[in-house]
Design a protein around this ligand. Structure first.
Ligand code: KIV
Ligand code: ZN
Length: 511
């Protein structure tokens, strides 16, 4: 007998809590559609009370996704719960996920509430949520460091109040697999109404055991796992969706359960999330890393050629690696372009938006003859596409490089419609470009990260540059892509500056 394991994706909520990973409404729509295509059961689209922008994004995902449950997070208080209820209302199937901290340190120091007050607030919030939505999930935040007797008490009360999923978070990634599994077993055995709820876990990766903890919990009977694409999430991240899904799929004999995920959509989802957030995937990352299926040693290659199963426990094509194929070229027309975008889950809002991206595609096809899916995803993910409303725009750039000479960059940018020029020397062309831009904008921001990734192979590949800037406690990521990495870098830098300039303040649910 194979049970169903529910996959609850929180890439757009917990994943978005990674510094610099915040996503726009359009980006969330794109990720939401890809998660739906991958057949994720529940999509946690955000924390609607965080800001108006977050509310709108969750609402937009609720309107567009049809085949997955769309969920909004809410702290256990009336206004958060109402806001989440409002945001997910348009969905075909919706869920409110409400939570409150239950560990002694969180109750005393963060909430400054007594354990009895916490129970009362949790029960009231679950009741309110149930009055707004049939499907309600409750999480005792920091359960991993909470007292088991207290957890039994509060969880029994919230199940009575109508919670139908009980999610046990290891919020700070503190527990170890055996200990976590034993906690789950005790809760399920000791709570008299435990059979009225689906049990779930949500593990953080601070000690590198988020996936191990989640899988141990599956063995202890949980039937929902919360996870994120590429393991994105607060601090060291969450349990990675692709690892959980492929572990239970590959070892069904052991776990005796399976998911309904279309695993061929895993790699496209990973690439989309990496492109949108600018968090690249390490090459040796399980399942979605570029080397995950590459056999380097002669003995392994020989073995795989003789019989694939000598060294491979999964097939690359089963997780979507085969989609890396040539799709379009210089002579492809608008219809073929639109068709491929739609197969990739990209729906542009209007004909104008399609025309703008198509013009970019033609420019790119002139520079680069082979256009791959990754290039298309990058074209539509390019934050700099929506130049109209941007404060800073790149007008032109000229960079000089000569052996033995200090590199020089001349840039022209437009700031709120006014063109400004500057030039600067630097240790390389990118350094000179950033210095020239800074001499115009004087942002005073700290450059925390600069990374360049080739989007496809070959020297004509587009370079995807990510820049992380921080200023007065705010952290933003900027992205830019171009076949020239100096131009990609300038775009990424300006994109980050635009975000610093515009960024609305958002609440983090867990602070
Ligand atoms: O890590 C955590 O505790 C959370 C909860 C809101 C589920 O993200
Ligand atoms: Zn979390």
């Amino acid at each position: 007998m194979t049970d169903r394991l529910i996959i609850f994706d929180t890439t757009m909520r917990d994943g978005e809590q990674s510094p610099g990973a915040s996503m726009t409404r359009e980006e969330k729509l794109r990720i939401g559609k890809q998660l739906e295509r991958m057949r994720v059961d529940v999509i946690e689209a955000g924390f609607p009370a965080a800001s108006n922008g977050d509310f709108e994004s969750v609402r937009a995902v609720a309107q567009s996704v049809k085949d997955s449950v769309v969920c909004g997070l809410a702290r256990a208080n009336d206004s958060d719960v109402r806001r989440a209820g409002e945001a997910v209302k348009p969905a075909n199937a919706s869920r409110i996920h409400t939570f409150i901290a239950t560990s002694p340190v969180h109750m005393e120091r963060k909430l400054r509430m007594t354990p009895e007050q916490v129970i009362e607030q949790a029960v009231n919030s679950v009741k309110l949520a149930r009055s707004l939505c049939e499907d309600v999930e409750f999480s005792p935040e920091d359960a991993g460091r909470s007292e088991i007797d207290y957890l039994c008490k509060i969880l029994e009360a919230v199940i009575d109040a109508g919670a139908r999923t009980i999610n046990i978070p290891d919020t700070v990634g503190y527990t170890m697999p055996e200990q976590f599994a034993s906690m789950i077993r005790q809760l399920r055995e000791r709570i008299p109404n435990s059979d009225k709820a689906v049990w779930s876990v949500h593990c953080h990766n601070d000690l590198g055991v988020a996936v191990a903890n989640s899988l141990a919990a599956v063995m202890a009977g949980v039937r929902q796992v919360e996870c994120t694409v590429n393991g994105l999430g607060e601090r060291a991240g969450n349990a990675s969706l692709e690892e959980i899904v492929m572990a239970v799929r590959t070892r069904q004999d052991f776990f005796k359960c399976d998911t309904r995920i279309d695993t061929t959509q895993i790699v496209p989802a990973s690439k989309l999330v990496a492109a949108i957030t600018g968090f690249p995937v390490q090459p040796n990352k399980a399942i979605v890393g570029a080397n995950a299926f590459a056999h380097e040693s002669g003995i392994h290659q020989d073995g795989v050629l003789k019989h694939r199963e000598t060294y491979e426990i999964m097939r690359a094509e089963d997780v979507g690696w085969s989609t890396n194929k040539l799709v379009l070229g210089k002579h492809s027309g608008r219809n073929a372009f639109r068709q491929r975008l739609s197969e990739l889950g990209v729906e542009l809002d209007s004909e104008e938006a399609l025309n703008a991206v198509f013009a970019r595609f033609k420019e790119l096809a002139d520079k680069k003859h082979e256009i791959f899916d990754e290039d298309l995803i990058m074209l539509v993910s390019d934050d700099t596409l929506d130049q109209e409303n941007e404060h800073f725009k790149l007008v032109s750039i000229q960079a000089q490089l000569e052996t033995g000479e200090t590199p020089l960059a001349r840039v022209v940018i437009s700031e709120d419609g006014n063109e400004k020029k500057a030039e600067a020397h630097g240790s390389g062309q990118v350094d000179a470009t950033f210095k020239a831009i800074e001499s115009i904008v004087s942002s005073g921001a700290d450059l925390q990260l600069f990374s360049v990734n080739a989007i496809t192979s070959g020297t004509d590949s587009q370079g995807e540059v990510s820049v992380r800037l921080s200023k007065s406690g705010r952290v933003v990521n900027g992205h830019g892509a171009d076949t020239d990495i100096v131009i990609a870098s300038a775009k990424a830098y300006l994109n980050a500056l635009n975000k610093l300039q515009a960024g609305p303040e958002r609440l983090n649910p867990q602070l």
